[in-house]
Design a binder for this molecule. Sequence first.
Ligand code: 5AD
Ligand code: SF4
Length: 465
Amino acid sequence: MEKYQFTQQDMEKLARETAGYAGRLGHAPTAFVQTFGCQMNARDSEKLRGILQEAGFAEGADETADAVVINTCTVRENANERLYGHLGHLNSMKREHPEKLIVLCGCMMQEPDEVERIRRKYAFVDVVFGTHNLYRFPELLARRLSGEKHVFEVWDAPQEMVEELPKKREVPYKSGVNISFGCDNFCTYCIVPYVRGRERSRRPEDILEEVRRLAADGVLEIMLLGQNVNSYGKGLAEPVSFAQLLEQVCAVPGIERVRFMTSHPKDLSDELIAVMAHEPKVCRHLHLPMQSGSTRILKAMNRRYTKEGYLALAQKIRAAIPDIHLTTDIIVGFPGETEEDFEETLDVVRRVRFDSAFTFIYSPRTGTPAASMPDRVPPETVKDRFARLLDLVQTIGSEESLRELGQTLPALVEGPDEARPGRVTGRLGNNVMVHFDGGPDLTGRIVNVKLEERRGFYYLGTMVP
Ligand code: 5AD
Ligand code: SF4
């Protein structure tokens, strides 16, 4: 795929239009970017914030800002419902403040039915774009500010790989870095391949250049982002494996910690396990979505592994990296799921003993194969199973996730502990939080902390030299 360098021309046009907007408002405009969904969207929102900042918008604290940008998610139906609830509220705010700008983007805008509904019923929305043309935001917003009404532009496929977008990081000490976009797996319940398109890998030299720049800017922790990082590198002129890329990222001076998200069990290689085992900068945390413990349901989900395969993989990882924390995603109530299938899921949870698990109720997504599968599970049964699963994952999580009690481990300080003055909150490599005495000046530093007390799902500790 062609590489496209983001041009300054559109930015300059937007900056001019923003100055005009400021004149009409009588003050410097503020913008608030709200993110729904996953880490990918969070990273996209940093790009949106970077563009807005460069154009002359100040950062607004909430929806009262002059411009409200909502980066939407559509992975489950409740994400869509939340957006519409939200829009009602924004509409009444816009009636009070007619210059208010409402911009919608992200995954949900890749669904033509939703965009049509917005066009018809939510005519107060000013700008709409999708996941493939995010870099056109400056041009689209400039057109709206110059007087054009309803600037809607959504592409059904990506056209080029865009590098060099301005970005405004949420925090100075850590950052996500996209390594691939889209997904080719077509799990039958999942809408992502339809709204994010086919899998495309960024070139390793572009990724490493971004990581080097972030390191020079003070970033200590990198989260490599892709729908399926383990299949990174396919289709590149010179194919590179994810394990090789991970090693190269770890070698960048100044980078202290590297995480990645998300791993598909079917593509997780021995090579990756070996790199994780010997590379101390790779965080001792692996998110490995299992979705179901039933081989029959996994097949219907098109996950391309079995219960036994998943168990063997988890065992292999634990054997190679004994201090790893494993987390997972599980869907309850996939069409055709029987009590026996569900028991298989509970069985895997008991055997793997996840440190934590995100549990989801199956949500039919229009256009996906599972949405038209027979044998929907009745809602009461789903509710009952969901409660049983949640109870089990929480019990096991509270037993397992704080097993380092007594050890001294490095923690990256994320900031003051909101609940108690004089204390800060840090994150361990395994993703568990620890609270300890310290001042706000520790924020963004990696310090050693003795883990002294377990509290629910976090530790209390003391900083040691
Ligand atoms: N219904 C319920 N959960 C879903 N997920 C993805 N699609 C659906 C759906 N249609 C869950 C999967 C995935 C996580 C990000 O969201 O568990 O790993
Ligand atoms: Fe969706 Fe499956 Fe791709 Fe993950 S791997 S984004 S669940 S299709």
